[in-house]
Write a protein that binds this ligand. Structure first.
Ligand code: PLP
Length: 316
């Protein structure tokens, strides 16, 4: 995947050049996977640019840090301001913004809580992630790798170490020619994709697994649930078996990077008609309008920022 790299990376209060954005090789986070992060998108809107659900992402970042005993030296509003500053300094749009809290100084010893907890923020160009771009839907494989039990590694905290599991499942699916993996939970029920939540539709009702299936509670998942309810469709959060997924009328992934990605096939079984279903289409339409500032009802999900003329021209 070709990505636009940032010119500047925000590191503990300073915007440094991309080439200087470095961390020590003996850093605690590098060795033990104890870091917490977010993935956030910024979009163009009729008024300029906007970050989608910034405060929800910052809340999750702070909550993840709390769980991993990482004191955060910045307030919510300071983090939001820093994210906006980094976005504006780089002028990349649409963008994917990656704040991360980590112990970056030399600090070996797994129980070492001494090292400073740093915040850095990078911005890259965002592109379509899943599928071939035809919008015909993605092919997903039920992964041989399960989600870890949340008593081993809690799924609600977005920690760097969690992504060993996503990596193994994602690469396995990719090597088998699929677009994405679907991981099962400890009980063999549907949990989520390697970097997305999952939904299915049956008889006009939208279903998605809950926290008991060891999922990350996605910000996009929450947006989808709100949109579906507002469209008048019942939504149910419950344990979902593999059978229920394979026999669904429609299915799709949701995630900040993946956005709304219809699923047309799961492990060689066609889902529904094999085409993007009507409820998936209806939700996706509202979602994409909302992120681009075209749905007044969801305007509060956006944090606006000014866009330089050159950036506006480049995306036109
Ligand atoms: C494992 C996992 N599940 C779900 C999601 C979707 O979460 P969100 O919608 O907040 O991006 C992500 C992406 O962050 C993820 O990595």
């Amino acid at each position: 995947m070709e990505v636009t790299q940032p010119k500047k990376v925000w590191m503990d209060g300073k915007l440094v050049d991309f080439a200087q954005a470095r961390v020590h090789v003996l850093a605690h986070t590098l060795h033990y996977g104890v870091g917490v992060f977010e993935g956030i998108r910024a979009y163009s809107t009729p008024e300029g640019g906007a970050i989608f659900r910034l405060s929800e992402h910052v809340d999750r970042l702070i909550e993840s840090a709390r769980f991993y005993h990482m004191p955060v030296a910045y307030s919510r509003s300071e983090i939001e301001k820093a994210i906006l500053e980094t976005q504006v300094a780089n002028g990349i749009l649409p963008s994917y913004i990656r704040p991360i809290l980590y112990r970056g100084e030399p600090g070996l010893g797994v129980k070492n809580l001494q090292g400073k907890v740093s915040l850095s923020i990078g911005v890259i160009g965002a592109s379509k992630y899943l599928g071939d771009g035809s919008d015909a839907g993605v092919r997903a494989k039920i992964s041989p790798f399960r989600k870890p039990h949340s008593l081993a590694v809690p799924s609600f905290a977005k920690a760097t170490g969690n992504y060993l599991n996503s990596y193994l499942a994602g690469i396995d699916a990719q090597k088998d020619g699929y677009d994405e993996a679907i991981l099962l939970d400890k009980g063999g029920n549907i949990a989520e994709g390697s970097g997305e939540n999952i939904f299915l539709v049956r008889d006009g009702t939208l279903y998605t697994p809950g926290l008991e299936s060891d999922i990350l509670l996605g910000v996009t998942r929450d947006s989808v649930l709100q949109i579906a309810r507002d469209l008048g469709h019942p939504v149910v959060e419950k344990t979902i078996s593999v059978n229920e997924l394979l026999s669904a009328d429609e299915a799709f992934f949701s995630g900040t990077y993946a956005e709304i990605a219809p699923i047309r096939e799961v492990s060689h079984y066609q889902i529904g008609s094999g085409k993007v279903g009507p409820l998936t289409q209806a939700i996706a339409k509202v979602y994409y309008r909302a992120v681009h500032g075209e749905e007044p009802k969801y305007r509060s999900w956006l944090t606006a920022f000014p866009v330089a003329k050159a950036v506006a021209a480049a995306r036109a």
